[in-house]
Design a protein around this ligand. Structure first.
Ligand code: MF3
Ligand code: CO
Length: 251
């Protein structure tokens, strides 16, 4: 499938979808505390999304049963909210959320510390976010898609972390997942040329230990095979004539 180029009108709608999702994430981040269940996060997230007259795009996506993916510690992504899963001091929790505004999708993820976490875990979270920024530096018209992948890999490699390979970033627009796929590890080919009007979800998933993951019997939850913590950071971005624009952060 060809990579879609958004018109000026579509870009305005993508901006609004992104801005609303940024506000949802701000609220969710403030709500995180020890003693909270992962289901409470989902309920709050769905309520926030609907309060802006938006639709949670993850809900029922390929049968996914919730609006927010809530992944704790060694869970990489796609954790299923559960009222019995209670956050405790020292945990980390990744919240992946998305919504549809007037037919346009946004998608973003953050990993939060619950109270105080071990320094090496805080560093994993910080460097995962930093690797997104290393990647987006290359997200410029005229560069190639895999310049982003290669930059994320080069940045992360210095720490010896495991880069998850089974899941990748993606184009986004009238669909949650559009072409192209955006791997977070080095590629041999340069990939497609980036053009103004492309909207992309860049989302490094980084393990403190080895890169290998397993899929749990719930058919969704992806975990680090070695049981060590994993972090996720994602934004929806726009390729422009100049610097890329991050759509899912508040200005
Ligand atoms: N951000 C996730 C992704 O890009 C979306 C979660 S998939 C769902 O794959 F099924 F849980 F919705
Ligand atoms: Co995504």
């Amino acid at each position: 499938m060809a990579v879609s180029i958004k018109s000026a009108r579509e870009i305005e709608l993508m901006r609004e979808a992104g801005r609303i999702l940024a506000m949802v994430h701000e609220e969710l981040g403030k709500a995180i505390h020890p003693g909270m269940s992962t289901l409470e996060i989902d309920i709050l997230g769905e309520r926030l999304i609907r309060s802006y007259d938006c639709i949670p795009n993850f809900l029922h996506y390929n049968g996914y049963p919730a609006s927010i993916c809530v992944s704790v510690n060694e869970e990489v992504v796609h954790g299923i909210p559960n009222k019995k899963r209670i956050l405790k001091e020292g945990d980390i929790v990744s919240l992946d959320a998305g919504l549809i505004y007037k037919g346009y999708h946004s998608d973003a993820a953050r990993t939060y510390a619950v109270g105080k976490v071990a320094p090496e875990v805080q560093k994993l979270m910080d460097e995962t976010k930093n690797s997104f920024y290393a990647g987006i530096k290359m997200a410029k018209a005229g560069n190639h898609l895999h310049d982003i992948s290669n930059a994320i890999d080069a940045y992360i490699s210095q720490f010896g972390y495991g880069i998850v390979r089974e899941l990748v970033g993606h184009g986004i627009g009238t669909q949650l997942h559009e072409d192209p796929q955006i791997p977070n590890f080095a590629q041999e080919r340069r990939g497609i040329k980036l053009r103004p009007g492309m909207t992309l979800a860049i989302e490094p998933m980084i393990n403190l230990g080895r890169a290998d993951v397993e899929f749990l019997d719930d058919d969704w939850t992806v975990v680090a095979a070695d049981g060590l913590p994993s972090a996720h950071y994602e934004n929806t971005i726009l390729i422009t004539e100049g610097e890329p624009e991050i759509l899912t952060l508040l200005k």
